[in-house]
Design a protein around this ligand. Structure first.
Ligand SMILES: NC(=O)c1ccc[n+]([C@@H]2O[C@H](COP(=O)([O-])OP(=O)(O)OC[C@H]3O[C@@H](n4cnc5c(N)ncnc54)[C@H](O)[C@@H]3O)[C@@H](O)[C@H]2O)c1
Length: 425
């Protein structure tokens, strides 16, 4: 077995929500960091000191550049000479099937620059088996070396929670794994320089599954309260009050809140990686995941059905009504509109003939948002001019007191707007 190289140079492949904070931290602790990304627009803005990730202010990117130890680049060759390579590329679903092409491509890039003694870590969320069955063969074939004998490989799931000011990359314990003891030691030693606590597990599959367990746990519990919210509304019970009451139990209960559906990557996509794997490998369905998908995917339809009923009771048809959506991001104070339920709500309303307007100060691009959705600011005038306002994302910068007071009909899917006239999910 080759010696593990002392770590000086780190390559982070993928400079997105996961890769950029990691690269910044690696610069902060003193490494030379190459941030390689295939998206040239991102690279250009990073090189100009502009961050596209809220949790990483521009000033942090600018300071990292100023050290001379951070190089954002679209050139594969810049990865040469790395001691540790970390892969943080997207793992989407394509028509319900895991698409690991970005891991394959990043693996091939890494393999080209592999030397004996280096360490490669995969952080992208994926089904158990990916590191050993997919990544290792790509690294071996592309480098002519042998994982375990010549270099180290491991998996360490990212637990980043965008917008969370308390739990950061540094103080959130990090699960680490390796394909063998030497790999586990190398991966653990590297992350110990970046985070407060590392949690070693016996192999990559256990680490891969732990991440999917965390996300599936949330997905299933969110589905549980969403289904309960729908029944409670029909029964005339305030589900929010019941959740508050249940949360006073000091043990055995953890509160989750209903909403217009789930978005981002973690909840709508990751659990399906697991159910796909279970079906592929064992021929069985992962019933909890499928049920949770079903309930959570249906929530935008439920929100729209509530709006239709609310407008109807005000003698209005949704067709021709002006509806103001507050929030396009899937999550509070985030600019991330990936898989956002707001997009589904907008599409459903447009399909019913509504005039849809949307306000979200965080979402600039609004990828996936239909072009006929008019982008506006969340002003009292906009709320007053609408037939209905729906709060979908509870960004802190919405003045909900004023907006709810001005709106003729205000549907709150987050239980955040005050006032007796507000209808809650
Ligand atoms: N965003 C989160 O909160 C979060 C949390 C935990 C885990 N994850 C997981 O981390 C992974 C990355 O997620 P993200 O949110 O950072 O995605 P992202 O889309 O923000 O960033 C990924 C980046 O990788 C780049 N990329 C694609 N192919 C590449 C290649 N071959 N080489 C180099 N760069 C390439 C993309 O251009 C993009 O900039 C996913 O598997 C995701 O499930 C995300």
């Amino acid at each position: 077995m080759s010696e593990v190289a002392p770590v000086r140079r780190v390559a982070v492949l993928g400079q997105g929500y996961v890769g950029l904070p990691l690269a910044m931290r690696a610069v902060e602790v003193g490494y030379e960091v190459v941030g390689y990304d295939t998206n040239s627009t991102r690279i250009k803005s990073l090189a100009a000191g502009e961050s596209h990730v809220e949790d990483v202010p521009d000033s942090v990117v600018a300071s990292a550049l100023a050290t001379g130890r951070y190089r954002p680049t679209g050139e594969e060759s810049a990865c040469a000479g790395f001691d540790v390579a970390v892969i943080t590329v997207p793992t989407p679903l394509r028509e319900g099937v895991p698409d690991l092409s970005a891991i394959e491509a990043a693996g091939a890039t890494t393999a080209e620059h592999l030397r004996a003694g280096v360490t490669v870590v995969l952080e992208s969320t994926t089904y158990p088996g990916t590191t050993t069955e997919l990544l290792v063969p790509i690294l071996d074939a592309g480098s002519g070396l042998e994982a375990g004998r010549d270099f180290q490989v491991g998996f360490s799931p990212e637990r980043i929670d965008p917008g969370n000011p308390i739990w950061t990359l540094v103080n959130t314990p990090k699960v680490v794994s390796g394909i063998d003891d030497a790999s586990l030691a190398a991966v653990g030693a590297f992350y110990a320089t970046l985070v407060d606590e590392v949690v070693p597990v016996s192999g990559p599959a256990e680490a891969e599954l732990s991440k999917l367990l965390e996300n599936t746990f949330r997905h299933v519990n969110v589905a549980l309260v969403n289904e309960m919210a729908m029944f409670a509304a029909d029964l005339g019970i305030d589900v929010w009050e019941s959740i508050r009451a249940a949360s006073t139990k000091p043990f055995g209960f953890m509160p989750f809140t209903p909403g217009p559906g789930v978005g981002g990557h973690c909840l709508p996509i990751d659990p399906s990686y697991l159910s796909w794997r279970v079906r592929r490998r064992l021929g069985q369905s992962f019933r909890f995941v499928e049920l949770a998908n079903d309930v959570n995917d249906h929530m935008p339809n439920y929100v729209v059905s509530r709006l239709v009923t609310g407008l109807n009771s005000r003698r209005k048809a949704v067709n021709g009504s002006r509806v103001l959506l507050l929030g396009l991001a899937y999550k509070r104070n985030s600019s991330d509109a990936r898989e956002s339920p707001s997009v589904a709500v907008a599409d459903l309303l447009l399909g019913l003939g509504a005039e849809v307007r949307a306000a979200d100060p965080h979402v600039v691009e609004g990828k996936g948002v239909d072009a006929s959705v008019v982008r506006v600011s969340a002003t009292v005038e906009e709320a007053a001019a609408a037939d209905a306002v729906i709060l979908l994302t509870d960004h802190d910068d919405f003045d909900l007191t004023a907006l709810a007071a001005a709106a003729p009909y205000f549907l709150d899917t987050r239980n955040r707007a005050p006032g007796p006239g507000v209808e809650r999910l």
